[in-house]
Design a protein around this ligand. Structure first.
Ligand SMILES: *Cc1c(COP(=O)(O)O)cnc(C)c1O
Length: 223
């Protein structure tokens, strides 16, 4: 765990009002605890089993972000405690999250994943798919009261081409602004634009990110 990197990043982001999520996937609970002791509270994980195991042994006031691809049949395992689910990519998943949130007597906040990268391997929906998901949501809103759509999440293409990455972030922020302006989402909770990782967080912030997900810069490479 890199204390200097965290202190610098924490200060820089706090000054800009950007939330720092420390991505701790594949790192031991002891690394998370060290960062927690410095004051970090938001942590991100990609795998359900790993998250469940860590949540059980770490301080209960950690805000756990689920940032990986989530299968519907796994939602129940994290529904009692997850703080924000970043990568909702289907209406079916949204309905399941609502169902499990209701069972736990709570509301779960989610982001919709916009596919902005070139790679086929990255999950997410395009703009049209998100608009159609939102049509379904709008039509069934009364039965989806235990899930709150709080914004968008996106991952840029893995490339050295900075202008390409910038263009992807601009596309994402523009779509975010469009949705934030629509009547049914134009509510205070639709306020999170989750974009930027270790390699591209500065660009992401320049283009309007409100939350960055940083792993390697804080915890070192994952091997
Ligand atoms: C792993 C991961 C990150 C963090 O990436 P780093 O390059 O380690 O900063 C951010 N977002 C998602 C969705 C990830 O899977």
């Amino acid at each position: 765990m890199n204390k200097q990197a965290w202190e610098k990043l924490h200060e820089e982001l706090a000054g800009k009002g950007v939330t720092l999520v420390a991505v701790s996937k594949k790192k031991p609970a002891s690394d998370i605890k060290e960062l927690y002791d410095l004051g970090q509270r938001h942590f991100g994980e990609n795998y359900v089993q790993e998250l469940v195991e860590k949540q059980a042994v770490l301080p209960q006031d950690i805000r756990w972000h689920y940032i990986g691809h989530l299968q519907s049949n796994k939602v129940k395992e994290i529904a009692s405690f997850v703080y924000l689910i970043h990568a909702v990519d289907s209406f079916k998943l949204l309905v399941e999250i609502n169902k499990q949130a209701l069972k736990n007597n709570r509301t779960i906040d989610v982001l919709l994943q916009l596919h902005i990268a070139d790679e086929e391997t990255k999950f997410g929906m395009d703009e049209k798919e998100i608009l159609s998901l939102l049509d379904y949501y709008e039509a069934q809103k009364e039965s989806l009261k235990n899930v709150r759509i709080c914004g968008l999440m996106g991952m840029s293409t893995f490339t050295d081409d900075q202008e390409k990455v910038r263009a992807e972030f601009i596309r994402m922020r523009n779509f975010f602004n469009l949705l934030a302006g629509t009547s049914f989402l134009g509510q205070p909770q639709f306020a999170i634009c989750s974009m930027g990782m270790s390699a591209d967080y500065q660009l992401a912030i320049e283009e309007g990110s409100t939350l960055v997900r940083i792993g390697r810069m804080l915890f070192g490479s994952r091997g």
